[in-house]
Design a protein around this ligand. Structure first.
Ligand code: VGL
Ligand code: ZN
Length: 202
């Protein structure tokens, strides 16, 4: 089964949001067009408690985009974003969400961040997405959304490790940092992932 995984198309990652991804809004129209081409559509939502440890505001002396540690792992300190129950955490109202069968929330534990849709950054806890997809007989996974160098990229790497044929749709994702995305692309490519553009699916 051919599945579309829509990562974190939430107001805080869009224009005017707390952690707006440059040109992030451009992915929405592409994703809306792609959805009808898939047998299964699932989404993720970054869903942090107000005191989340990935927020610079939770650490004395840290400012957004500094790099520190959270628990046992390196952590980029983000501006407060996608706080549970706020409008910034909602999926964009421009995203056609009717076809989304399930939404997996991540980043809910204040002590650990979770970029991948499958596991937290220390790989302590699974979101259940991998078992859900295997239960639905998913073989091919097309990943879209935000941000290309973080949640989309790490989701693709985990999907590959879990044995899914994994594709990232280039014009349906945008990075926070172009430079970081170049490195991420290389990793995904090296692990057997593919990049394609939406017109190859439409
Ligand atoms: C994300 C940074 C922090 C993402 C989430 O969705 O890519 N990036 N939280
Ligand atoms: Zn986050």
């Amino acid at each position: 089964m051919k599945t579309l995984l829509i990562v974190d198309v939430q107001n805080d990652f869009l224009l005017g949001g707390a952690l707006a991804v440059p040109f992030g809004d451009e992915v929405i129209e592409v994703i809306n067009k792609l959805m009808p081409k898939f047998e299964l559509v699932v989404a993720t939502q970054d869903w942090h408690p107000a005191n989340h440890g990935s927020f610079a505001s939770a650490h004395l002396g840290m400012k957004p985009f500094d790099v520190g540690r959270l628990g046992s792992v390196e952590q980029v300190m983000w501006p407060d974003h996608c706080v549970q129950g706020t409008s910034g955490a909602e999926l964009s109202s421009k995203l056609n969400s009717n076809a989304i069968e399930a939404i997996f929330r991540k980043g809910t534990d204040a002590m650990i961040d979770s970029y991948s849709a499958f596991y937290d950054n220390a790989r302590m806890k699974s979101t259940g997405l991998g078992s859900y997809l295997k239960g639905r007989n998913v073989s091919e996974l097309f990943i879209v959304g935000l941000a290309a160098d973080y949640c989309v990229g790490f989701s693709a790497l985990d999907a590959l490790e879990l044995g899914f044929r994994t594709m990232v749709v280039d014009d349906a994702t945008k990075p926070i940092s172009e430079k970081d995305f170049i490195a991420m692309r290389q990793k995904i490519h090296n692990q057997g992932g593919a990049f394609l553009i939406s017109s190859e699916i439409l």
